[in-house]
Design a protein around this ligand. Structure first.
Ligand code: ATP
Length: 240
């Protein structure tokens, strides 16, 4: 289980961006993390993946654990080695690399033979990437780039995958494909933490969900309960 305990994160030594957030993700689960812009979702994710330093944030309290042992969040590479992959907001593929070169970056620790097996596995999961393997990533559509970003993270065969707004800016049909992919990845035993503005999409596939407000996880419930909650319906699902 990947767990975050009572996390507190400060930016520039003044701004408390996360002020006591806890959550956990089991390998069998898809967990949704909802919250308005600025609630602290991305900061929490960066605190897990070791990218906080780059953004001048500092964990002042709390930590993340994996199967009960502290996760070394001081370096992004250590986090990947521990089995946690992530897809950052905005896709961020290497646009001047080919599809296959992008994937290679994600699987860089593998041997040559191991690499081919990984390519085959990812191309099986994402046929569209197989068709475009020699294209520059910059020529792919937004949805295809999102798939490439997910495929690249999956090359490291993570036990947990953290996704920051994977459906942002995509056409409805692409959103559905990304949703189906998340379900498929989870069914192979990868736990998913899904940050989404598209709460309807996230709650339609999540087992469990958290809502974050002002840096605190204020709700923690099975996704089914969140879908039925009047406040969630009003503020996140646009119903009522
Ligand atoms: P969004 O959906 O807009 O990304 P979020 O819930 O992910 O929102 P964060 O991006 O984690 O929220 O931001 C939480 C707070 O921390 C916000 O007030 C934001 O302005 C601030 N913040 C984020 N990154 C930095 C940074 N690098 N330096 C200083 N403050 C930051």
């Amino acid at each position: 289980m990947l767990a975050v305990h009572n996390l507190e994160v400060v930016y520039e030594d003044v701004m408390l961006a996360v002020r006591g957030a806890s959550l956990s993700v089991d390998r069998g689960q898809i967990v949704a993390l909802l919250g308005a812009n600025g609630a602290g979702k991305t900061t929490l994710l960066r605190a897990i993946t070791g990218l906080l330093n780059v953004h001048r944030g500092k964990i002042t309290r709390g930590n993340a654990t994996i199967d009960g042992a502290p996760l070394d969040t001081r370096s992004a590479a250590a986090v990947v080695r521990a089995g946690v992959g992530q897809v950052m907001e905005g896709r961020r593929v290497f646009v001047e690399f080919t599809v296959e070169e992008n994937l290679r970056v994600g699987g860089h620790t593998a041997s040559t033979r191991g690499m081919q097996e990984k390519f085959d596995r990812i191309y099986g999961m994402f046929p569209v990437l197989a068709d475009r393997r020699t294209s520059l990533a910059g020529y792919l559509s937004g949805g295809e780039q999102q798939m490439l970003a997910i495929g690249r993270a999956m090359m490291a065969e993570p036990s947990y995958l953290l996704l920051d707004e994977p459906s942002l800016g995509l056409a409805p049909m692409m959103v559905e494909r990304i949703r189906d992919l998340v379900v498929e990845i989870n069914s192979t035993g990868t736990g998913i933490l899904l940050i989404e503005q598209n709460a309807a999409m996230a709650l339609s596939i999540a087992h469990h969900g958290y809502v974050m407000e002002n840096g605190i996880t204020v709700m923690d419930a099975p996704a089914r309960r969140l879908r039925e909650d009047a406040d969630i319906q009003e503020f996140y699902l646009g119903i009522g």
